[in-house]
Write a protein that binds this ligand. Structure first.
Ligand SMILES: NC(=O)c1ccc[n+]([C@@H]2O[C@H](COP(=O)([O-])OP(=O)(O)OC[C@H]3O[C@@H](n4cnc5c(N)ncnc54)[C@H](OP(=O)(O)O)[C@@H]3O)[C@@H](O)[C@H]2O)c1
Length: 233
């Protein structure tokens, strides 16, 4: 197993725990996947050193607020991490998986990919990209033994809330939250089955079905009402 994130100390602690509890070999690679040089370095390692049979593109960041009031560098860094890194790491792994005749790619999207995301416009757009890209690739690779699964969770209690800003989630009702463990178990089962799209949790599956049936104008009105933070100028 190879773990990639920015904080090396936390990766080491997790790696030691996984090694101890599961008797597996775990490597860590500290990298900032919003930095183009780091993305290339990790992609090269995937291409040359790490024979992966499961790639999980998990790392993402979001931001909350009116688009034109956000620093543009932070918005483009979001695209770099949520989209560019995911594309490059996937591009590096697919040839090996196709040659081996098997492989699994799990891309973390979000339920935010479905409706418009006012006040989180870049995040929503990156997740719409991830869903569309993953489903297309799943279809392209359908005869190869390689599957691509886009996972679209709703609200999950993680450090994401602190990173984006606790108040951004004030409108999410208590009953809507899922645990990270429940989402991970559900997502890994879907990826093992080779599902193209997966929404963890029956409640969120119902929400997604309703969103698909709604006229876009109604969806925009609802999205504006439930958007995080200030929605008007
Ligand atoms: N939480 C939710 O409500 C929710 C809902 C829908 C979808 N999702 C999606 O689920 C995925 C996981 O999110 P999460 O909630 O678990 O977020 P999280 O708690 O903030 O964890 C993000 C992980 O990504 C790593 N990371 C962040 N920026 C990075 C960078 N620039 N380079 C490399 N690694 C980086 C972090 O480690 P370091 O800080 O050490 O780098 C951390 O391990 C994301 O794709 C997110 O969009 C989350």
């Amino acid at each position: 197993m190879v773990l990639v994130a920015r904080n090396r100390e936390r990766l080491q602690v997790l790696a030691e725990r996984l090694q101890r509890e599961h008797n597996i070999e775990v490597q860590v690679a500290a990298a900032d996947l919003s930095n183009p040089d780091d993305i290339v370095e990790i992609a090269q390692k995937i291409g040359n050193q790490w024979p992966l049979d499961l790639l999980i593109n998990n790392a993402s960041i979001g931001s909350v607020g009116l688009f034109h009031r956000q620093p543009v560098a932070a918005e483009t860094a979001q695209i770099e991490l949520n989209v560019v890194a995911l594309v490059q790491l996937t591009h590096a792994v697919v040839p090996h998986m196709v040659a081996a005749g098997h492989g699994t790619i799990m891309n973390l999207s979000s339920l935010s990919a479905l409706p418009p995301s006012p006040c989180s416009a870049i995040y929503g757009a990156t997740k719409a990209f991830v869903t569309s890209f993953s489903e297309s690739l799943h279809t392209e690779l359908s005869d190869t033994g390689v599957t691509v699964t886009a996972v679209m969770p709703g609200a999950v209690r993680t450090e994401f809330q602190q990173r984006v800003g606790e108040h951004a989630f004030d409108k999410v009702p208590e009953r809507a939250w899922m645990s990270a463990d429940a989402v991970a178990v559900s997502a890994l089962s879907a990826a093992a089955r080779g599902d193209a799209l997966h929404i963890p949790g029956r409640k969120y599956q119902a929400v997604a079905a309703a969103a698909h049936l709604m006229p876009r104008a109604l969806l925009r009105t609802l999205a504006r009402r439930t958007a995080p933070g200030q929605t008007s100028i």
